[in-house]
Design a protein around this ligand. Structure first.
Ligand SMILES: [Zn+2]
Length: 739
């Protein structure tokens, strides 16, 4: 049986396709880099698969039974636990000034006891710290450690106003926290440190303390802007200074963590899902462990929010350790810290964590719970992973498509000008990606995220197409990477203002990728306006499912442009007309030459460009035609030939395929649920049978197919290089081990 490996042979996928045509090998497949097994001396945290956290409260020293807690984590086969060391509250008899001992500590050393109980059970301990607040005693002795408002008043915690917010530019971060880390490291058998709440991936804070004012005066020549206005030169400098300080502190704390044990580690608090402002790409330069604090969802956040977090983190960490915290408590809005979340929601969150390549980190608050329902939920899931562990040891994901993670757009889009978004509206900047994501789920495509800053160096040739959901803010180098990819025969799908601005939002005279799209701007962006349409002008594979209509719903916004190569568009714009009152509802201009899509083909390369925000309009409206149009246009740019994985059968399913240490693993996440886009999930609605076809170079070597969740061996049928099998039923999720 022949196992193909392009990269071993030094071939790109495209070269492989050319050479395989000659050698009569099936003309499809994706790159399987022969990634070596993890070296035996790899740091301990690269091998962990299950993490637990019990978050102590100040009163816990009175009542907490550490032995029974560690029995619980041992029963989950946890590799590591997070235990509160100090920061706001020291849970050990600290000798350091201004490090507040728990008022209930008495003669106990709660942290020390818990560390010993964990280590006795061969569980690693990461000291969970909080660097963000301190008591008044510290404020009085070191007023320079603390954040100030513009009027100079200190900032206090909203719910615990006796705590003062510390400033990350102050010596609290470079002197006091290091002293605490060193005291803990010296006394206890800890393998690392984690800081709650810092640095986060969200918006930058602004502090007016003396130290910050000096920094800003000297480096910015003024005060930092309060608002995220990325078009301001001032804000851009501030962003650099801020990210620079995070890097400086992170590296310092990591060095301190390693003072006793070289493979110890500092891990910061990241996360944010697809909504990020601080540069994730930059974090990956100095972080050896990405912990996503993405514990659950609220409101109308879709259930796949956790899998998206995994894709984002994986894109920048590229195989380095990524963990994700799952709140076992009810972290909805409003929040309940001391009752369990529904078991069904928690389990699907954990399943997304592992499916997207992250390591689960299960979290409860308070040492003497009155609600213990969450315990069995975590235990069942963790023990299931443990009993199938080789199939959860991933080497690399397999994917047909690359989705650009457009972080600059998500961070800064429309941060100034008359169309600016303020406050909560800013979350809309991810709606383009969200709409594309939903369509990818409906189409069951296999895809990776590629961070925009990685475009110039990413091995894009292994993907059959690159998708850019309104990547409006792109660097010249990133546009050039996309241009090169298409020129080399790659295919592209893009929407709306992709490449119109640089990474900070400075408008270009024309779309930087206009030559690739075959379009040139003629005016300003039009919209938002409902009741506009797309007219089907000529038959095309992209519109093949729309028999019975010549009109499709139009996008809410669009750029005005002309085609560089005039020809009749396959889809044209019908401009908006009144939707009310009914007497007025008729098109004023029923036919235009303005393209609603530009579909071009050159050699093996296909480009589909939508001047409208079809992705965002799809997400906001849920319109089924738009979803179908996005799916069919992606299928068209992918070109002929089978997909790596095809899954047939009813249901909304997200799929991941990993090359693992023991073969391959196909993850199927069942989102088919009335609570898919408004939580929380009450129960699972089983789907199946699902018919699966695998078609990639490694598939020929598969001889055994086992379902792990609903355990059974699945009979396989071969056809050429393809492998068929049927998964009879999927409850919450299924993992199919392919060896
Ligand atoms: Zn400050």
């Amino acid at each position: 049986m022949r196992k193909l490996n392009f990269d071993q042979a030094g071939l790109t996928r495209r070269e492989f396709l050319v050479s395989s045509a000659v050698s009569a090998v099936p003309q499809r497949g994706i790159s399987l880099r022969d990634s070596p097994a993890m070296p035996a001396d790899a740091p301990w945290y690269t091998r962990i698969r299950r993490v637990g956290q019990i978050n102590f409260n100040e009163r816990d020293p009175l009542t907490m039974d550490v032995e029974s807690w560690m029995d619980y984590w041992a029963s989950l086969k946890a590799d590591a636990v997070l235990l509160n060391g100090g920061g706001i509250v020291a849970f050990y008899p600290t000798e350091l000034p201004y490090h507040h001992r728990s008022q209930f500590l008495g003669t106990r050393d709660l942290f020390g006891e818990a560390v010993a109980a964990a280590v006795k059970r061969s569980i690693r301990v990461v000291a969970r710290m909080d660097c963000n607040f301190a008591y008044e005693e510290a404020f009085k002795a070191h007023p320079e450690w603390f954040e100030r408002d513009r009027d100079g008043s200190p900032r206090k915690h909203a719910e615990a106003p006796w705590l003062y917010a510390t400033c990350m530019f102050s010596p609290y971060f470079t002197e006091q926290m290091p002293a605490i880390f060193r005291e803990i490291n010296h006394r206890y058998a800890v393998s690392g440190f984690f800081t709650n709440g810092w640095p986060s991936t969200g918006p930058l804070g602004v502090c007016h303390c003396e130290i910050c004012r000096t920094i800003f005066r000297e480096k910015l020549g003024g005060e930092p802007p309060e608002e995220t206005d990325a078009t301001s030169a001032h804000y851009r400098q501030y962003y650099e200074i801020y990210m620079g300080r995070i890097a400086e502190v992170w590296k310092l704390w990591d060095l301190i963590a390693k003072e006793k044990q070289p493979d110890a580690v500092y891990v910061g608090n990241l996360g944010g899902g697809i909504h990020t402002v601080k540069s994730l790409r930059r974090f990956a330069d100095f972080a050896s462990w990405f912990n996503a604090d993405h514990q659950g969802r609220a409101g109308d956040t879709p259930i796949w929010d956790c899998a998206q977090q995994g894709r984002v983190a994986r894109a920048v960490m590229k195989g380095k350790t990524v963990t994700n915290v799952t709140g076992a408590y009810s972290n909805s809005r409003p929040v309940w810290r001391h009752v369990s979340k529904s078991a069904a929601e928690t389990t699907l969150w954990l399943a997304q964590t592992t499916a997207s390549g992250m390591v689960p980190w299960y979290h409860w608050l308070g040492g003497t719970p009155e609600d213990n329902r969450w315990r069995e939920t975590g235990r069942l899931f963790y023990r299931w992973i443990a009993s199938n562990e080789p199939h959860f040891r991933n080497r690399q994901p397999l994917a047909d498509l690359a989705v650009v993670y457009p972080q600059s757009t998500i961070s800064f889009y429309r941060s100034s000008g008359p169309r600016a978004w303020r406050g909560g509206d800013r979350t809309q900047s991810a709606d383009y990606l969200q709409g594309l994501y939903y369509a990818l789920l409906e189409g069951r495509f296999l895809f990776d995220f590629v961070h925009q800053e990685d475009l110039p160096t990413a091995a894009l040739s292994k993907y059959r197409a690159l998708l850019a959901p309104n990547a409006a803010y792109l660097r010249d180098s990133e546009c050039e990477a996309i241009r090169r990819y298409v020129a080399a025969g790659g295919s592209l799908w893009a929407t709306f203002e992709t490449s119109r601005y640089n990474e900070w939002g400075d408008a270009r005279e024309d779309l930087a990728l206009g030559d690739v799209f075959g379009a040139s701007l003629t005016g300003d962006t039009i919209g938002p306006a409902g009741n506009s349409y797309m007219r089907i002008e000529a038959p095309h594979p992209v519109t093949r499912h729309f028999e019975g209509t010549s009109l499709l719903p139009g996008s809410e916004n669009r750029v005005s442009l002309r085609r560089l190569h005039p020809s009749r568009p396959e889809l044209s714009v019908v401009p908006a007309y009144p939707a009310y009152p009914p007497e007025m509802v008729y098109p004023r201009t029923s036919r235009t030459e303005e393209p609603a899509a530009i579909l071009s083909e050159k050699g093996g390369s296909r480009v589909a460009y939508f001047p409208g925000d079809v992705d965002r309009t799809f997400w906001r409206s849920g319109n089924t035609d738009l979803g179908l149009l996005i799916r069919d246009s992606i299928a068209w740019v992918m070109g002929e030939g089978g997909r790596t994985v095809e899954v047939e059968g009813d249901g909304v399913v997200e799929i991941f395929l990993w090359q693992t240490e023991s073969g391959f693993a196909l993850h199927l996440l069942n989102y088919t649920n009335p609570n898919m886009t408004r939580g929380l999930i009450r129960r699972h609605y089983p789907i199946g049978p699902l018919s699966v076809i695998l078609d990639f170079p490694g598939a020929q070597s598969i001889s055994d197919v086992q379902a792990l969740r609903n355990p059974m061996r699945l009979p396989i049928r071969r056809e050429g290089g393809r492998v068929h099998f049927v998964v009879p039923k999927v409850g919450d999720c299924e993992v199919v081990a392919l060896t």
